[in-house]
Write a protein that binds this ligand. Structure first.
Ligand code: PLP
Length: 399
């Protein structure tokens, strides 16, 4: 046996960290008799808003719901289109499809794998038409209404440049910040840049509420609409409702967060700085330890701000490295170490391919990424031993 590093137990690529304080806070809600949207949701919204410095903060039951509500608020329709990154989770693209609107995908920059001002401009010049007033899709003639950048892994997109482009073409900016809590871009927290920012509290994300999400915005009227639409289009939320009377003013959704989830969120938020510190420490260790590996591209610090280090993604060049990505993934699994891939590009999925006719050749950088990328375990609860197991196994396999 030449296996230097074989763990007894499986190390997943991500796990939530749930403290006894968090469990106690949730238990208190369970004992209180009020389990759905109520005072805990209000508290979580206020404290989250204070943390990122956003004016309006609206809790929902997922980031997907949040993205949907943001697009609903700006009045996206089947005559419209929206631009997002080809490398993201399906949620970012599917919400555009909810309206019968057209998703237009940008390629990614080859270094950070995000939508850059350059890839956005290239998409606009090759796939869109500008008449001085409206930006439309060359393919369908639909009017482009929004840009949805994704802060992949927690490395922040160039928000100043993206907002400038949005302004030039009269587009809204809705940031998918599922990976970007907490993250800073040019001295301002993610959550204060675009028209809307949407965070995820899914189990594997920076903080979790089991399932959950948060929308931040500086638009008061959109915020009011989102608050209404997240709960059946009722003009007052359940918590403020005096007596039995309420009015339904829209056909809304059922996207509210529960107090059970918010109780977990309140404590996770308090602990988030510690989580972030630990993830950052592990990422820095990985970067030092893996720096000599041939044919392996390591993630960079965020030179424009502060990386959330939600993910640690490396790229393995099959021509240069000792083994290819797929073998690395297999061998790590043999050693009880989990990995993941962020993400299978949107245009690779059968639904998007068949519905929108996306062609691989339009996204060369995303294809490169898809062939080489792998996400290694990175979460706050990793022990020193977990960390060392990953380091030893990766070095053993790639040097
Ligand atoms: C997790 C994730 C989402 C969806 O978040 P949910 O809270 O599960 O709806 C959206 N976008 C990206 C990039 C994600 O990673």
């Amino acid at each position: 046996m030449n296996m230097l590093t074989s763990r007894k137990t499986f190390l997943p690529f991500a796990l939530p960290s749930i403290s006894e304080d968090a469990i106690e806070e949730v238990a208190q809600v369970l004992r209180s008799g009020w389990v759905t949207s109520g005072p805990k949701v209000k508290q979580f919204e206020m404290e989250f808003g204070d943390f990122v410095g956003s004016k309006e903060t609206i809790a929902v039951n997922s980031a997907t719901a949040g993205l949907h509500l943001a697009l609903e608020a700006i009045g996206l329709s089947s005559n419209d289109a929206a631009i997002t990154s080809s490398v993201t989770f399906t949620a970012t693209a599917e919400v555009i499809c909810y309206f019968g609107a057209e998703p237009i995908l940008t390629d990614i920059d080859p270094i950070h794998n995000i939508m850059s001002p350059e890839t956005l401009e290239t998409t606009i010049s090759s796939k869109c038409k500008w008449n001085g007033k409206e930006l439309t899709s060359k393919k369908t003639g639909k009017r482009i209404k929004a840009i949805l950048p994704v802060h992949l892994a927690g490395y922040t997109c160039d928000m100043e440049a993206i907002l400038d482009i949005a302004k030039k073409y009269n587009l809204y900016v809705i940031e998918d910040a599922a990976h970007a809590f907490p993250a800073v871009h040019k001295n301002k927290m993610i959550g204060t840049w675009g028209d809307f920012t949407v965070f995820s509290f899914y189990a594997t994300k920076g903080i979790t509420t089991g399932e959950g999400g948060m929308i931040t915005t500086h638009h008061k009227e959109f915020a009011d609409r989102i608050r209404r639409m997240r709960l059946h289009g009722i003009n007052r939320d359940a918590f403020n409702r005096p007596g039995w009377y309420y009015e339904v003013v829209d056909a809304g959704y059922k996207y509210n967060m529960t107090d059970i989830a918010a109780a977990l969120g309140v404590v996770q938020l308090k602990e988030s700085h510690g989580f972030w510190e630990r993830r950052t420490e592990i990422a820095k260790h990985y970067n030092v330890e893996f720096s000599g590996l041939k044919g392996v591209k390591l993630p960079k610090e965020d030179e424009n701000g502060i990386h959330s280090w939600h993910l640690y993604r490396i790229e393995v060049d099959p021509k240069m490295a000792k083994i290819g990505r797929d073998t690395l993934v297999e061998e790590l699994k043999e050693r009880n170490i989990g990995t993941s891939l962020h993400f299978i590009p949107i245009f690779e999925h059968p639904y998007y391919k068949k519905t929108f006719g996306f062609q691989r050749k339009e996204y060369p950088n995303a294809c490169q990424m898809y062939d080489k990328s792998v996400s290694l375990p990175l979460f706050a609860g990793m022990t020193k031993t977990d960390e060392k197991d990953v380091i030893d196994a990766v070095k053993e396999l790639l040097s």
